[in-house]
Design a protein around this ligand. Structure first.
Ligand SMILES: Nc1nc2c(c(=O)[nH]1)N[C@H]1C(S)=C(S)[C@@H](COP(=O)(O)OP(=O)(O)OC[C@H]3O[C@@H](n4cnc5c(N)ncnc54)[C@H](O)[C@@H]3O)O[C@H]1N2
Ligand SMILES: O=P(O)(O)OP(=O)(O)O
Length: 165
């Protein structure tokens, strides 16, 4: 699976803090056989986020785009709005699963407004900004990602498991 990782961070984009979240996600994914095909760190600016997500998805080179950062309620947290602006279809189950799983780790999980969905043939998933939060939220949805990616790419196989005996 070719994955692109977009880090949204004002401090990171200004060089005031090293990006630890993008590399943490990359390491986690690489251990599971994914290829990290593109990374970038940009500020929490809605137009820039929309443009980057639109361009990356429309390249058709990545099955999965992960964002990290800007999902909360601070004045400059705009990642969910920017993502929704460029999605063709929303997949609410990813956000539901992330918050359900993350609430077992911290009550602050309910503050993340992360969304997920599809643009063209690319699955896009928001993750929170902290390195630990980003990986914990990816862990929460990973079991469904390969199947979702296959379906988005047009896999015609039937989903239903064989009937139980
Ligand atoms: N499973 C978990 N879910 C959530 C956690 C968690 O720890 N585990 N944290 C919750 C919190 S707290 C919040 S608030 C929300 C929303 O988070 P955001 O997406 O808005 O995160 P940011 O404000 O962008 O960042 C938070 C914090 O993390 C550090 N940070 C951010 N970006 C980077 C980076 N690229 N490299 C290193 N460190 C980074 C920094 O200290 C920021 O202040 O999510 C809940 N969900
Ligand atoms: O510089 P950022 O965008 O990572 O913001 P914060 O540290 O306030 O989450």
């Amino acid at each position: 699976m070719n994955v692109a990782i977009l880090t949204l961070s004002d401090k990171g984009s200004r060089g005031e803090r090293a990006d630890a979240s993008g590399p943490a996600l990359a390491a986690w994914l690489t251990e599971r056989g994914a290829t990290i095909a593109r990374t970038a760190v940009i500020p929490d600016e809605a137009e820039q986020i929309e443009e980057t997500l639109r361009n990356w998805a429309d390249e058709g080179a990545f099955e999965l785009i992960l964002t990290t950062g800007g999902t909360g309620v601070s004045p400059r947290d705009v990642t969910p709005e920017a993502t929704l602006a460029i999605l063709d279809r929303v997949v609410p189950g990813f956000g539901e699963a992330m918050r359900l799983h993350s609430l077992t780790k911290t009550p602050h999980a309910m503050i993340s407004r992360a969304v997920a969905g599809i643009r063209g043939t690319t699955l896009i998933i928001n993750l929170p900004g902290s390195p630990r939060g980003a990986v914990e939220n990816l862990e929460a949805v990973w079991a469904a990602v390969p199947h979702a990616v296959a379906k988005i790419q047009g896999d015609p196989a039937e989903c239903a498991a064989p009937p139980h005996r």
